[in-house]
Design a protein around this ligand. Structure first.
Ligand code: NDP
Length: 341
């Protein structure tokens, strides 16, 4: 059995879907209440592969909200993730994806040192960040959507915002070794990590966001920001492809401007309807029967392939070979990168 640990994008989002999620008493409650809410299994899922194979899964709502980080409720945030993992393990789930901020909190606050959660000793091999599949899907979106827009990759400048992150660094590795990209612009705040990445890649220009935006033909957003940024579309090139892989979104507003093409990054479409309620309830993606986050799809793929191990784990260790491996499983079972905005 596979599992998905998810969370909602904001307190407002949580309040609006609380009733349908099965928590009517949470609908009018503020952040304090969500900080003390325990994790819950809120959905049973069946997925059918195009090979005919069928698997079962569970959706664990962690009750984490990004406002907990913005308001320095770090203890509550870390407790949410550990409790959700313990809940998944207690229910016998073999491989569970840590969706959205779950894996970021796990890494940033060194939760590997907190194996014991009450009477449960966490077995980390039962969890995956899902970031290898997410990075693979974003790279395929870069390759395929640029083609559709007539952007020639070998002539293109690609800016990666969040380049030193787990997903961002994997995207850079793929673009550097698997494609013939014109120029890579590396964006993040910590200069030391940027320099390490540049040395590893043997290329790429370190740049601030403001300087990079007007130069880029393609911008990949994979920064771990609790709130999206506002950008002025008139400073961008035309055409410009923006692939927003953040959850919550890195872009605060939906840009509508001629020549600017925004794509939901790290999202896959399955070839067959998935039997679940949760994605219909949370109402984040346009076609909830078939669209899902690539990190969630990773735990499904690992279950289909009976790879019950932490396939994606730690930070900045995603190799191109592992991206190719999970990519092959993705195609085999009927998932494809989202290409329509
Ligand atoms: P990491 O924490 O590993 O990396 C985040 C990166 O963003 C780092 O390079 C960090 O560098 C940079 N960053 C953070 N804040 C800013 C900022 N204000 N300005 C510029 N750069 C910034 O995160 P992941 O790679 O694990 O995840 C990245 C995003 O992808 C998250 O939003 C996550 O929720 C989303 N995601 C989407 C999935 C999907 O299925 N679609 C699956 C998993 C994650 P520095 O701190 O130096 O600035």
């Amino acid at each position: 059995m596979f599992g998905l640990i998810g969370h909602l994008t904001s307190l407002q989002h949580a309040q609006s879907v609380a009733k349908e999620l099965g928590y009517p008493e949470y609908a009018d409650q503020g952040l304090d209440f969500w900080c003390s809410a325990p994790p819950q299994i809120v959905d049973n899922i069946t997925v059918t592969s195009i090979t005919g194979q069928q698997i079962e899964g569970r959706y664990v709502e962690s009750c984490f909200l990004p406002e907990m980080l913005a308001n320095r409720r770090i203890k509550a945030a870390t407790r949410k993730i550990l409790n959700a993992m313990a809940h998944a393990q207690k229910h016998g789930i073999d491989i569970t994806a840590l969706g959205g901020f779950s894996s970021i909190i796990f890494e940033n606050f060194n939760l590997q040192d907190n194996k014991q959660v009450r009477n449960i000793k966490l077995e980390f091999e039962r969890f995956t960040t899902g970031n290898t599949h997410t990075a693979y899907i974003i790279c395929r979106q870069v390759e395929q959507a640029s083609k559709q827009l007539g952007i020639e990759l070998s002539q293109a400048t690609v800016a990666i915002c969040g380049a030193t992150g787990d997903i961002g660094s994997a995207v850079c590795r793929w673009l550097e070794s698997r494609t013939d990209v014109g120029e890579l612009l590396l964006i993040a705040r910590n200069q030391e990590r940027l320099q390490e990445l540049q040395a590893e890649l043997g290329r790429g220009k370190i740049m601030g966001l403001e300087e990079a935006l007007p130069q880029a033909d393609i911008i990949v957003w994979v920064a771990s920001m609790p709130k999206g940024v506002e950008i002025d579309p008139t400073v961008l090139k035309q055409p410009c492809l923006l692939i927003d892989g953040g959850y919550p979104k890195n872009l605060a507003t939906k840009l509508q401007h001629p020549g600017i093409h925004v794509l939901n990054g790290g999202i896959v479409e399955h070839s067959l309807d998935i039997d679940w309620r949760i994605m219909h309830i949370v109402n984040i993606l346009d076609a909830p029967a078939r669209q899902l986050f690539a990190c969630f799809a990773e735990s499904m793929l690992l279950e289909f392939e009976k790879i019950h191990t932490n396939f994606s784990w730690g930070r900045n260790q995603i190799t191109v070979a592992k991206m190719e491996q999970i990519g092959a499983a993705s195609i085999k079972h009927g998932f494809r990168p989202l290409l329509s905005s």
